[in-house]
Design a protein around this ligand. Sequence first.
Ligand code: NAP
Length: 382
Amino acid sequence: MSLPLQVGLVGWRGMVGSVLMQRMSTERDFDAIETTFFSTSAAGKAAPKIDGCTVFEPILKDGNNITALKAMDVIITCQGGDYTKAIYKPLRESGWKGHWIDASKILRMQDDSIIILDPINMPVIQKALAKGVTNWIGGNCTVSCMLMGVGALYKAGLVEWMQTSTYQAASGGGAPNMRELLTQYGALYGEVADLLADPASAILEIDRKVAAKQHAFTPAETENFRGIPLGGNLIPWIDADRGDGTSLEEWKGGAETNKIMGLGAMFGTPEIPIDSTCVRIGSMRCHAQSLTFKLTKDVPLADIELMIANDNEWVSFVPNEREKTEKNLTAMNVAGTMNIPVGRVRKLAMGPQYLGAFTIGDQLLWGAAEPLRRMLRILQES
Ligand code: NAP
């Protein structure tokens, strides 16, 4: 492929897009490409100023303009699923043969798309490149973070099945969801600030006033989590209702993990059964999950620990001890870093083939932005 690539960036100011811009700037990805910024809401205005990025075109182009998009060798979009639904098909129908790198779920399960997570599935990516695939889709954030942590067990064929319960941050919903959560926390605090300042005040009175405020939030104050306040609360349902007792987020856990690992009908192999219960919690950033595995055989715990620890340069193994766990396996500790700690690893009471683990990752980094920028590098080097 001739260099430099013409790269169009769409959705760069949202939650995922902003983190992508930071990472591309840090890794000097802009040095070797000619960048054009697109917007669906501010075409014609000045392109953003990003450290290390000399823009090829100083004015924001219209993200809905197929002719402008067609001039790109590569389009990276973090704009969201509605954008992909509206633009991808007409763009391809116009004859565009470039590489489409996308953070949204819309194209993930298409046969002509690969879910990208190169530290885990580089062989799948390389095979697809050789076959001429041009759709590279970032995986579901929870799935990508989980595989960055415990992918070693999948690579070694040790997983008979896996069940996960997730703890997913507000930022998983996007920039407006984070703002909504913080605004709610502020309103809840405001409701009881005077009582908190008085050490003699009754805790049940504080609790009652907080609960009353949660119930009194208006539709405008709760619109980003479908009318349910997340501040001081949790919501055990994420994404669409599939009508069979599972949410779309839960379905992705199984479907995407298998596709990333090159398993399932598309690859002519059986799938590994994976099931999840996905829960939104009031943390700002990072998705955590509690994992239960049935292993294909009884493997000594020390061997499992070593396999996990040595799988990739970002995973860090946390010994299953209270202080190390409290210090290392928290959202606060991981937010904004590429670190993927895995801990609470132990054999479970059900038998020697049953394994428990807990992992957490910044879903905006490994769960979203990082695989996209790394795919751009892979294309440059191919
Ligand atoms: P987002 O923060 O809502 O941003 C998406 C786009 O919305 C922006 O690029 C911007 O586009 C527009 N926008 C509207 N109001 C905005 C505001 N107040 N602040 C910033 N941008 C605003 O969504 P996102 O979380 O980045 O998600 C983008 C895609 O990545 C989605 O398909 C999502 O499913 C996927 N994804 C998200 C995560 C995550 O953890 N959030 C993880 C993995 C994948 P214009 O500039 O064109 O107006």
